[in-house]
Design a protein around this ligand. Structure first.
Ligand code: KIV
Ligand code: NA
Length: 272
């Protein structure tokens, strides 16, 4: 693929024009996102958004491979990053390498993302030293819901030092960018000023080096979920509901299909 953005290109954008990032899980959505964004993330949010799971903990490698391969068919310019699912990397750097390499081989992605700061620094360094670019993810890390005790803001007050240590650890380990999720704006700004790598905010700060949202959230397609940090740029769930209600009404009234949707006995002139 010519002119595809690389992890080094993304790293080089530190302090420059904001990095525009969104998720995608399917080929058609990947095409739409690729046309406007620098990074397409195949997030493990796919488990909640498309598969109806209650959290991201039930997401498997097989799901990430299948959605990653679908997204790859729709991406030509953006950097595609695939999330490592819960349980696929935490055990050891070797386990992380095996599964990250599988994601790269079977989806064609050029980078992976994993959750964790200080605790994952050795793993990030191990992958980076073995040709696997890593995007880190700190602050609110949804795979840690059970130890964090909910989807709460991370790094308020005295807890800021913990998140700052995580940020420094992943940058030092060689991550090419870091997602900062649901941390106070002032802390996100401090980390952005402190780190040599781009920060990508979600519920963080407009002064991060980039922003990311779940595309279904910002399109209003996953309307059941509306955290404060999501801005709805469209209300597609409402549009879809109205369209399906209209279809049901027309089928019941036998006004769909209409004459233009049905076939005559004879092929029209000039066709076969
Ligand atoms: O899974 C996901 O969609 C993510 C982004 C929200 C950063 O990790
Ligand atoms: Na994720």
């Amino acid at each position: 693929k010519a002119n595809t953005l690389t992890p080094s290109d993304i790293l080089a954008r530190k302090g420059g024009d904001p990095l525009v990032c969104l998720t995608a899980y399917t080929t058609p959505m990947a095409r739409l996102v690729d046309a406007h964004c620098d990074v397409v993330l195949v997030g493990d949010s796919v488990g909640m958004v498309l598969h109806g799971l209650p959290s991201t903990l039930g997401v498997t490698m097989e799901m990430m491979v299948m959605h990653g391969a679908a997204v790859a068919r729709g991406v030509s310019r953006a950097l595609m990053v695939v999330d490592m699912p819960f349980g696929s990397y935490e055990e050891s750097p070797e386990q992380a390498f095996r599964n990250a390499a599988r994601l790269m081989r079977q989806t064609g992605c050029a980078a992976v993302k994993l959750e964790g700061g200080v605790a994952m620094a050795d793993t990030i360094a191990y992958l980076a030293a073995r040709s696997i670019p890593v995007m880190a993810h700190i602050g609110l890390t949804p795979q840690a819901i059970n130890t964090l005790g909910g989807y709460k803001v991370q790094g308020r007050g005295d807890d800021a030092a913990r998140i700052l240590s995580d940020a420094r650890a992943v940058a030092e380990a060689g991550a090419f960018a870091v997602v900062l999720e649901k941390v106070p704006e002032s802390l996100a700004n401090q980390i952005t000023a402190d780190l040599p790598i781009p920060t990508i905010g979600i519920g963080a700060s407009a002064d991060c080096d980039g922003q990311i949202l779940v595309v279904d959230d910002m399109l209003g397609l996953f309307a059941a979920f509306k955290p404060k940090f999501v801005k709805r740029f469209a209300e597609l769930e409402g549009d879809a509901d109205a369209a399906i209600a209209d279809y049901a009404k027309q089928v019941r009234a036998r006004s769909f299909p209409g004459p233009e949707h049905v076939f005559g006995d004879q092929a029209p002139e000039g066709t076969t």
